[in-house]
Ligand binder design. Structure first.
Ligand SMILES: Nc1ncnc2c1ncn2[C@@H]1O[C@H](COP(=O)(O)OP(=O)(O)O)[C@@H](O)[C@H]1O
Ligand SMILES: [Mg+2]
Length: 253
């Protein structure tokens, strides 16, 4: 049993089994369409996207630049609206939610990891990890205790006081993963999390994301790189805003 898994178990955040892909659908999209309006023109970015990701799955989304991967991930993360179709998160229809409830769902369900880390530059590693707890109104003492345990789990216990500018890319991404986990999300959405990293560091980051998945959290990774995608259970390919059907399903043991 890995360390991250044990910790999440101790907190009572997880079901008592490991690496299980459930039959329950965590993410279900039906016929999602999304356009951006640019002046007089509409750029149709997602076309009738159907997608089904089960609770506990780890999937990758691949596609060339501009194929709509980030747009899709932002919709999954309830950061962006769509024009038509339906999105069910844990069987709840997102379209029907008020803005306040949508924000609540986002905070409760989703953790984000970005290519450029998106850390606050003048906050140290511990403070960055604690940010979501601050917004939840958790006391400073408790924030520090919880954030310290997550930093520890991503191997950065000794880096708590360091600013992002003093850390390597891989370390910054580990801080970002700890920050994404601290609010105990059910889903991690990672947009090219290894895009700015060398291959050895990318490997380490994927290992952490695999541990996160083994702890029961659904993981969706957008990537350009085949090596990265092949470490997930399933590759979803986007081409000109459409999900390509008939994809082979790689099975990772
Ligand atoms: N906010 C936006 N306004 C207008 N066009 C956008 C916006 N965001 C993305 N696009 C366009 O939508 C298309 C898909 O973008 P994106 O989802 O970022 O693709 P990917 O992540 O696969 O590179 C691109 O042509 C991009 O220029
Ligand atoms: Mg993108």
């Amino acid at each position: 049993m890995n360390a991250l898994y044990s910790m999440l178990m101790e907190q009572g955040a997880l079901p008592p089994c490991r690496c299980t892909v459930s039959f329950v659908s965590m993410i279900r999209l039906t016929k999602i369409n999304k356009s951006y309006r640019i002046g007089q023109h509409a750029l149709h970015v997602l076309r009738d996207v159907d997608l089904h990701i089960k609770a506990g799955e780890m999937v990758s989304i691949m596609g060339s630049s501009g194929s709509g991967k980030s747009t899709l991930l932002n919709i999954l993360g309830i950061l962006d609206q769509y024009d038509s179709g339906d999105y069910y998160l844990d069987e709840t229809p997102i379209r029907a939610l008020s803005e306040r409830k949508a924000a609540m769902y986002r905070n409760r369900f989703i953790g984000f990891v970005f290519q450029s880390f998106n850390l606050l530059p003048f906050k140290n590693a511990l403070e960055n990890v604690a940010v979501p707890l601050y917004y939840q109104g958790v006391s400073r003492r408790k924030r520090n205790r919880i954030a310290t345990s997550y930093l520890d789990r991503v191997g950065l216990a000794d880096w708590a006081e360091h600013l992002p500018s003093e850390m390597s890319g891989g370390q910054k991404q580990r801080v970002a993963i700890a920050r994404a986990l601290v609010a105990r999300p059910r889903v991690i959405l990672a947009d090219e999390p290894t895009g700015a990293l060398d291959s050895e560091t990318s490997y380490q980051i994927m290992q952490i994301l695999e541990e996160v998945n083994q702890s029961g959290i659904t993981v969706v990774v957008v990537t350009h790189e085949h090596d990265i995608a092949e470490r997930t259970h399933r590759i979803i390919r986007l081409h000109d805003g459409r999900v390509q059907t008939g994809d082979p399903v790689p099975v990772r043991q």
